[in-house]
Design a protein around this ligand. Sequence first.
Ligand SMILES: Nc1ncnc2c1ncn2[C@@H]1O[C@H](COP(=O)(O)OP(=O)(O)OP(=O)(O)O)[C@@H](O)[C@H]1O
Ligand SMILES: [Mg+2]
Length: 226
Amino acid sequence: MRITICFGGSILVPGNPDLDCIRDIVRTVRELKSRNHEVLIVVGGGELARVYINAARELGIPGVDQDQIGIAATRLNAQLLIAALGDIADPTPATVFEKAVRAMLRGKVPIMGGTTPGQTTDAVAAMLAQVSKSELLIFFTNVDGVYTADPKLDPNAKKLDRITPDELAKLVGTEFKPGMKTIMDPVAVKIIQRSNIKTIVLGKHEIPRLPEILNGAKHTGTLIAR
Ligand SMILES: Nc1ncnc2c1ncn2[C@@H]1O[C@H](COP(=O)(O)OP(=O)(O)OP(=O)(O)O)[C@@H](O)[C@H]1O
Ligand SMILES: [Mg+2]
């Protein structure tokens, strides 16, 4: 199966880089490759990006330049994962989708961070899934799925096993600022609505189970589908 996987910065770099999580990712991606899956990866910025974006904001640096600084942070995360994956990874973070797709077609695992100001890595992942004609798009993050509201702010929030792209669009709204904490940025949701790609949001504890999940095993996350 051809899949695009987004590893949220919140799990890669919750503060310092999470080495156990990175080791889990490496083991899982190797396993997926050995089972002949085609894998494309996008990584988020996490605390690293947020610390730098906040510093830029406090220095009065304009939004576009804040974004560039955030993108640089995502690429550092990408470079760390590339180095941890070794041989199977394309050696530099792809900055355009075509390069990532070409690397995938050569049998390598491309890893992208951010691409252009104004676009989050959620949107990059959704676009990469579309451009690469992936069968499945997976988001790993620090919550175990999509809830009716932010579970860290609302104790009555309930996890959804399934949600349609249209319902998700209503849930996330339209407002987005760099570094904001939403389950998925509205641009990514729009791309999923348009392309109708099957998408799953999973907690990081499911990373080691990804090979079985692709084989049809049950998961604890949220399926986004019509
Ligand atoms: N409806 C919702 N369902 C689940 N989580 C939500 C929801 N709305 C907001 N959140 C928040 O979104 C957070 C996850 O998004 P966040 O952007 O922090 O992580 P990430 O996307 O994995 O990392 P990064 O953006 O750095 O790549 C959760 O920790 C949760 O508090
Ligand atoms: Mg995010």
